[in-house]
Design a binder for this molecule. Structure first.
Ligand SMILES: *Cc1c(COP(=O)(O)O)cnc(C)c1O
Length: 381
C-alpha cells in the first residue's frame, strides 16, 4: 500500500523512531552556556547584553538596517502594522490561508482583513489576484487607496511566506507601490528563506519573524521586527519598551507604550540558535530534497517545491493529495502509524470572527485547503 511506503520512508528518514513529530527544536550550540551566563550574572530579565546582540546579529543575518525583538511573533506583527500606519477601520489585504496570528494582529488595531487568493506555485499571496481585486474595487483619493464598496482606506498588505516559501515579491511590491499601499511581511515562518538572494521580511516597511518553539529557530517564544528605515526601527524599540525617555532615575514616558520587550534569557537562546541557522536551513533543504525524490515514485502524492527565484527554508514540508477524501485518509493513516501529520489551518474566512470579511473567491486557497498535508520537518543534526 502506498501510504505504508510513506510512513516507512519517514521512519527511516528520522532514524526509525516509534513516533516522528512534525517539528521539534534542536540545541547543538551555546544555548546552555549563554543561559548559565544569564543566571550567573543575574541578567535574566528586561536588561542584558543578549537582547542587543540578538537584534544586531539578526539585522546582520537578514541584511536589514535595524531589528527589534518582541515577546512573540504575534505582537511583532501587531507593532509592524501600527508602525506602517494602519489605524482603526482601515482595511488590510491578506491571505485566508495563514495562521490566525496574522488576522489577530490587525484586529488588535481595529482594522479589517480583505482576503485575497494565493498562487499555486508559492501557496502565498498572489500579486496577480491583488492587482485584479484593486483594479475592480479600489480608487485613489489624495494619494491613498480606498475600497469603493466600503469607503474604507486600504492601508497595508500582509503577505505570508507560507511554510517558508517566499511569495512573488517583485510583482507584489510593484502593484502595492502603484496603489500606494504599505507592504508588511509576515515572515514568521521564513527565517532563512531568500527571494532572489535577499532575505524575506526586508522588502517592505516592516517584516515580522517568529521564534516560537516549532519555528526554524526558537527563543522559547519571541518575535522580531525588521526595518530598512533606522528611524522607524528606533521608534519601534521605544514604543515596545514602555516609551520611556532614557534617564538614569526619572520615569517619564512620551507615548502609550507596550511591554513587548523580550527577556534576556530568551534572547540568549536566540543568539545561540542564530549561530547555527545556516546549518539548520541546509538540513531542512536536504530533507526536502529526499522527500522530493521519494515522492516522484508515488504518483498520487505531489511534494511541494520552491520556485526557481527562491531559497525556501522548507520550514514545514508539504504534500498535496489528490482531493479532500485522499487528504483525510492520508491524515488518518499517518497519524495512526507513528507519523505526525496535519492539514493546513482552517481558512480565516471560515472562522466566526472573519466570516463576513470581503474575499475574492479564493479559488486556489480552497484548492490547497482540501489537499495540503504537512509532514515531519525537524532539523536533522
Ligand atoms: C508562528 C506564526 C506567527 C507568530 O506566532 P507567535 O507564536 O506569536 O510567535 C505569525 N504568523 C504566522 C503565519 C505564523 O506561522
Amino acid at each position: 500500500m502506498e501510504y505504508k511506503k510513506v510512513t516507512d520512508f519517514i521512519h527511516d528518514l528520522y532514524g526509525a523512531q516509534d513516533f516522528v513529530p512534525l517539528a521539534v527544536p534542536v540545541f547543538i550550540g551555546n544555548e546552555k552556556k549563554y543561559l548559565n551566563e544569564c543566571i550567573d550574572t543575574t541578567f535574566v530579565s528586561s536588561v542584558g547584553k543578549f537582547v542587543d546582540r540578538f537584534e544586531e546579529e539578526t539585522a546582520k543575518y537578514t541584511g536589514c538596517k535595524r531589528a527589534v525583538v518582541c515577546v512573540s511573533g504575534t505582537n511583532a506583527l501587531h507593532m509592524s502594522l501600527m508602525l506602517a500606519g494602519v489605524q482603526r477601520d482601515d482595511e488590510v489585504l491578506t491571505q485566508a490561508l495563514t495562521f490566525i496570528a496574522t488576522c489577530n494582529a490587525l484586529s488588535y488595531i481595529g482594522a479589517h482583513p480583505v482576503f485575497i487568493d494565493v498562487d499555486r506555485d508559492t501557496m502565498g499571496l498572489s500579486p496577480v489576484a491583488v492587482r485584479e481585486w484593486l483594479a475592480k474595487n479600489s480608487e485613489q483619493k489624495n494619494g491613498e487607496c480606498y475600497n469603493k464598496n466600503t469607503g474604507r482606506r486600504v492601508k497595508a498588505c500582509v503577505p505570508m511566506h507560507t511554510f517558508g516559501h517566499p511569495v512573488h515579491l517583485d510583482e507584489l511590491v510593484e502593484v502595492l507601490n502603484e496603489y500606494h499601499i504599505e507592504l508588511v511581511e509576515d515572515a514568521a515562518e521564513s527565517i532563512g528563506s531568500l527571494y532572489k538572494g535577499k532575505h524575506t521580511g526586508t522588502f517592505g516597511k516592516v517584516g515580522a519573524l517568529s521564534f516560537n518553539g516549532n519555528k526554524t529557530i526558537t527563543t522559547g517564544g519571541g518575535g522580531m521586527m525588521l526595518f530598512n528605515d533606522e528611524e522607524l526601527g528606533a521608534y519601534a524599540k521605544h514604543i515596545t519598551t514602555q516609551a520611556k525617555i532614557p534617564h538614569r532615575w526619572e520615569f517619564k514616558h512620551d507615548h502609550i507604550g507596550y511591554n513587548y520587550r523580550m527577556p534576556n534569557i530568551n534572547a540568549a537562546l536566540g543568539c545561540a540558535q542564530l549561530e547555527h541557522i545556516e546549518e539548520y536551513v541546509a538540513s531542512k533543504r536536504e530533507t526536502a530534497k529526499a522527500y522530493e525524490e521519494f515522492f516522484k515514485n508515488i504518483p498520487e502524492i505531489e511534494f511541494f517545491v520552491d520556485t526557481p527565484d527562491t531559497r525556501s527554508n522548507y520550514w514545514l514540508n508539504v504534500v498535496i493529495l489528490k482531493d479532500k477524501e485522499a487528504q483525510q485518509n492520508f491524515l488518518e493513516y499517518t497519524n495512526d502509524n507513528g507519523v505526525m501529520t496535519r492539514p493546513i489551518w482552517e481558512l480565516m474566512n471560515r472562522l466566526p470572527m472573519f466570516e463576513n470579511c470581503e474575499n475574492d473567491g479564493l479559488n486556489n486557497t480552497i484548492w490547497f485547503a482540501d489537499r495540503v498535508v504537512n509532514i515531519p520537518s525537524s532539523v536533522k543534526i
